[in-house]
Design a binder for this molecule. Structure first.
Ligand SMILES: Nc1ncnc2c1ncn2[C@@H]1O[C@H](COP(=O)(O)OP(=O)(O)OP(=O)(O)O)[C@@H](O)[C@H]1O
Ligand SMILES: [Mg+2]
Length: 324
C-alpha cells in the first residue's frame, strides 16, 4: 500500500520572493490527489520540496518517519527511492533509446542483473502501452509517447509514492483522456499514493480523490475532490470554470481596478456539475483506496461544507439511481 505524505507548515522562498507559505496537507495512503494552480504559483517547486530536492525554510514533510526537509541527507536519499517522479518535460535522455531510458534508474540505483532489468522494463512498457517502441529514440516518437515513457521510467523502482508534474502538457484531449485512464489503472494495480500537478480541468474533474489549489502564495484548500468542485471561493470557481473574469489574471494576479470593474459582470452561478470519477479498466482489480477514502470522508463528515456533502452523497448513491 502507498505511504502517507504529511506536509506541515511548509514555506519556500527564493531570495526575498516567497513562493508559498504555511502549506499544510496530508496525501492519504494510496489515494490520488491533484494540485491545481495558475502558472508560476509554485507547483513544481512543491513537488521538488516533497522529495527533498529543494529545501523550504520552514515546516516539514514526513514520509515513512523521515523529514524530507530537515532530516539527515542519508535518510532523505534512501527515502527518495520510495518516490517515482514523472517530470513536466518527460526529461528523457535524447541519445538513449526508450529501453535504456526506462532502464536507467534500475542500472543507477540497483544491482539487478540485465535479464531482470529487461523483465521489469518490458513489464512497465506494457503497462503504459509502449511495447514495441523500446528501440526508438525520444526524438522519433510523439509527445504523448514521451510522456508515457516518462511514466514508465517513474515506475521501474516500484514506487509507493508517485508524483506527476503536468502529465497532460503538450497532449491533445484524446491523449489526455488516455493518460487519465492510465493513472487510474496504475493506482488500481499498485495502490501507490499519487499526486498529480496539472492545469487540466478534465483531469481535475475525473481523476483525483482529493484536490488542492495553490494561489497567491497560499494553499487555497485541500480535501476531498467534492469540496473544491463545489467551492464558492471565487478563485476556485474561476479556475475550474476556465473563465477570464475573477481574481486570476494574465500576470497571475489582477490589479484592484480591473477586479472592481468585474464586480459588474454577472458570474454565472449554476452549481458546477460533478462528473463521476474514472473507474479502472475492465479486468483490473478495484482500487483499494476507494474503501479507505470512504471511511476517511465519513469520519470528517461534520467538517465538510453542505454542498460537498450533497455531492459526496450523490457519488456514493447506489448505481440504479443513475438510470432512474
Ligand atoms: N531554482 C529556482 N530559483 C529561483 N526561483 C525559482 C527556482 N525554481 C522556481 N523558481 C520560481 O518559483 C516560482 C514558482 O515556479 P514553479 O516552476 O514551481 O511554478 P509552477 O506552478 O510549476 O508553474 P507552471 O504551471 O508554469 O509549471 C516561479 O516564480 C519561479 O520563477
Ligand atoms: Mg511547473
Amino acid at each position: 500500500m502507498g505511504i502517507e505524505v504529511i506536509v506541515e507548515g511548509l514555506t519556500k522562498s527564493f531570495g526575498n520572493q516567497t513562493v508559498w507559505q504555511n502549506v499544510t496537507l496530508t496525501l492519504p495512503p494510496g489515494e490520488v490527489s491533484v494540485m491545481l494552480g495558475p502558472s508560476g504559483t509554485g507547483k513544481t517547486v512543491f513537488l521538488k520540496s516533497l522529495i527533498g530536492l529543494l529545501k523550504p525554510e520552514e515546516g516539514r514533510v514526513m514520509v515513512d518517519g523521515v523529514d524530507m526537509v530537515g532530516g539527515r541527507e542519508r535518510d532523505i536519499y534512501e527515502t527518495r527511492k520510495l518516490f517515482g517522479l514523472m517530470f513536466q518535460d518527460g526529461a528523457l535522455f535524447g541519445s538513449m533509446n526508450l529501453f535504456d531510458n526506462i532502464a536507467f534508474p534500475l542500472r543507477e540505483h540497483t544491482r539487478k542483473k540485465e535479464s531482470e532489468i529487461r523483465r521489469i522494463v518490458m513489464e512497465r512498457m506494457e503497462m503504459v502501452g509502449l511495447l514495441g517502441a523500446q528501440g526508438k529514440l525520444p526524438g522519433e516518437i510523439s509527445g504523448g509517447m514521451r510522456k508515457r515513457a516518462g511514466l514508465a521510467r517513474a515506475l521501474v523502482l516500484d514506487p509507493q509514492i508517485i508524483l506527476c508534474d503536468e502529465p497532460d502538457s503538450g497532449l491533445d484531449p484524446v491523449r489526455t483522456s488516455y493518460i487519465s485512464q492510465q493513472l487510474i489503472d496504475l493506482n488500481a494495480q499498485i495502490d501507490a499514493t499519487m499526486l498529480i500537478v496539472t492545469h487540466n480541468l478534465d483531469i481535475a474533474a475525473t481523476v483525483p480523490d482529493n484536490m488542492g489549489m495553490l494561489f497567491r502564495r497560499e494553499l487555497v484548500a485541500f480535501g476531498p475532490r467534492e469540496v473544491l468542485l463545489t467551492s464558492d471561493e471565487p478563485v476556485v470557481r474561476q479556475f475550474l470554470g476556465g473563465r477570464k473574469e475573477g481574481p486570476i489574471g494574465m500576470a497571475e494576479e489582477k490589479d484592484e481596478a480591473t477586479l472592481a470593474a468585474e464586480q459588474f459582470i454577472a458570474l454565472d452561478d449554476t452549481p458546477p456539475r460533478i462528473v463521476p470519477q474514472l473507474q479502472p479498466s475492465p479486468g483490473l482489480p478495484p482500487r483499494q483506496a476507494v474503501q479507505r477514502r470512504r471511511a476517511r470522508v465519513l469520519a470528517m463528515w461534520d467538517q465538510l461544507p453542505v454542498a460537498a456533502r450533497t455531492a459526496i452523497k450523490a457519488g456514493l448513491a447506489p448505481v440504479q439511481e443513475e438510470h432512474a
